[in-house]
Write a protein that binds this ligand. Structure first.
Ligand SMILES: C[S@@+](CC[C@H](N)C(=O)[O-])C[C@H]1O[C@@H](n2cnc3c(N)ncnc32)[C@H](O)[C@@H]1O
Ligand code: SF4
Ligand code: SF4
Length: 438
């Protein structure tokens, strides 16, 4: 399971005392960075609203961009060149790390290989965690794993989760609560089995679980969980709990005192963004915001040599074909004589229609030296298949040169040219071939 090129550091090379969330004294000297590599979620909590592209809000679930594992490593390298106080790399969304397990595990592998003494941690709802993942996390010396648990009674937990998706089924209400509790307790026991620090986050939701937190503490402490973080609900727009009151100081204090009878309590959580960086509560500086944005415009695998970009175009000036309708792709590169110019030097045939998933796998091979493909639109299935093969799918309309400047020189794609294909909502797997699903 662990790739051969990963050499986990010796335990004494990582100073766990430097984690500012687990050691209040480290707050003034050390910071953490969250890498936003996990956009999807497998459940919907009634308090959570995940926003991308948002710079102004500081709360969980918000990020200004999403990074691939390779982009995240470049971003981290650049941050580490700028500052020497970052002791922790965490993955906390904006969705769930184990609704995006490949991205999560790959990010940890890359970071561990490059920064052997970095503290690694993550926060998950527990649903997608498997023993295999927990084992590899331990091998990579991820030291702190947080499981967010809002109840140990299905009736109470079921009020917090709108739905949970597991094994291609959707669970709601009490059934969602029961499923989540089972998975979360299992996750805590694996984390302890493999020797990691287990933190339990519980969101204090007035009138729902404020009287029940003690039961959670009692249950998880008996399983060996190390620390609990009772986080006050932050009422958030466009969520079921948006009009619930934020727990006052009395409720927060009471929760921590009652739970504190069973286990250590964290009291200084800053309810951070999924792309938080620096000391706890430090706002994201403008230059860091620009840096993370520019890293998100790098090729998916920035360290791979992919010198070309493929374009779905009829006449060679405009991006004007859907991925599925293009019979061929025009391949562009930077003009070696003039870095500002681009040269179309080849046409490559698209794989024949039909064959669905095979077709996208074949296309990934055809475009294996391309960092991206510019198209008018593409469905989820081809986007996922190409992304997994390291090829970014950029949906846009208009001049090809604008897309190429974006990809080769990191220039912002004008919003007027951006397009985003939305599925029809019929719940079928969309081939995105522009021919409709009938
Ligand atoms: C955005 S989640 C991402 C990680 C993972 N999906 C999870 O739930 O643990 C990070 C943390 O923020 C918490 N959170 C999300 N929305 C919140 C809100 N409105 N108020 C308080 N905590 C919130 C989650 O419960 C979780 O503990
Ligand atoms: S599991 Fe985490 S990311 Fe998913 S809805 Fe709940 S809080 Fe949000
Ligand atoms: S959300 Fe809380 S536990 Fe997570 S990094 Fe911020 S302060 Fe630490």
């Amino acid at each position: 399971m662990t790739p051969e090129n990963v050499t986990p550091p010796k335990p004494n090379e990582i100073n766990l005392d430097n984690h500012p969330c687990f050691n209040r004294e480290a707050c003034s000297s050390h910071g953490r960075i969250h890498l936003p590599v996990a956009p999807k979620c497998n459940i919907q909590c009634n308090y959570c609203n995940r926003d991308f592209d948002c710079v102004n809000e500081s709360r969980p679930g918000v990020t200004s961009t999403i990074l691939s594992p390779g982009q995240a490593l470049v971003y981290l390298e650049k941050i580490m060149e700028k500052r020497d106080d970052i002791a922790v790399v965490g993955i906390a969304g904006p969705g769930d790390p184990f609704a995006n397990p490949n991205e999560t595990m790959e990010t940890f592998r890359l970071v561990r290989e490059r920064f052997p003494s970095m503290i690694l941690c993550l926060s998950t709802n527990g649903l997608g965690l498997t023993e295999e993942y927990v084992k590899e996390l331990a091998e990579l010396q991820v030291s702190h794993v947080t499981i967010t648990m809002n109840g140990v009674d299905p009736k109470i937990a079921g009020q917090v989760y709108a739905w949970a998706r597991h094994d291609k089924r959707i669970f709601r209400h009490e059934k969602a609560g029961a499923l989540m509790i089972e998975k979360q307790l299992q996750a805590v026991s694996w984390i302890k089995k493999y020797g990691m620090i287990a933190k339990v986050n519980s969101i204090i939701v007035p009138g729902v679980n404020d009287e029940h937190l003690e039961e959670i503490a009692k249950t998880v402490s008996s399983m060996g969980a190390d620390i609990m973080n009772c986080i006050p609900l932050l009422p958030t727009k466009d969520t079921v709990f948006e009009n619930y009151p934020e727990p006052d100081a009395k409720m927060r204090f009471a929760a921590r005192i009652k739970c504190g009878e069973y286990m250590n309590q964290m009291t200084h959580c800053a309810r951070c963004r999924a792309d938080a960086i620096g000391k706890l509560s430090e706002p994201m500086a403008d230059d860091v915001h620009e840096l993370i944005q520019s890293c998100s415009r790098l090729p998916i695998n920035p360290k791979q040599d992919r010198p070309y970009v493929a374009v779905a175009t009829r006449e060679g000036m405009l991006v004007n074909q859907h991925l599925g309708e293009a019979r061929n792709f025009t391949i562009f590169k930077v003009d070696p004589e003039d870095e500002e110019e681009f040269i179309a030097f080849e046409k490559r045939d698209a794989p024949p229609l039909g064959g669905r998933d095979d077709r996208w796998a074949d296309l990934a091979v055809t475009l294996k030296d391309c960092r991206a493909v510019l198209v008018n639109a593409a469905g989820m299935a081809p986007k996922e298949a190409l992304k997994a093969a390291g090829i970014q799918v950029i949906e846009m309309a208009g001049m090809i040169d604008a897309g190429l400047s974006h990809l080769f020189h990191g220039e912002e794609l004008p919003p007027s040219l951006k397009r985003e294909f939305k599925s029809c909502g019929k719940g079928v797997t969309c081939g995105g071939d522009g021919t409709g699903c009938g």
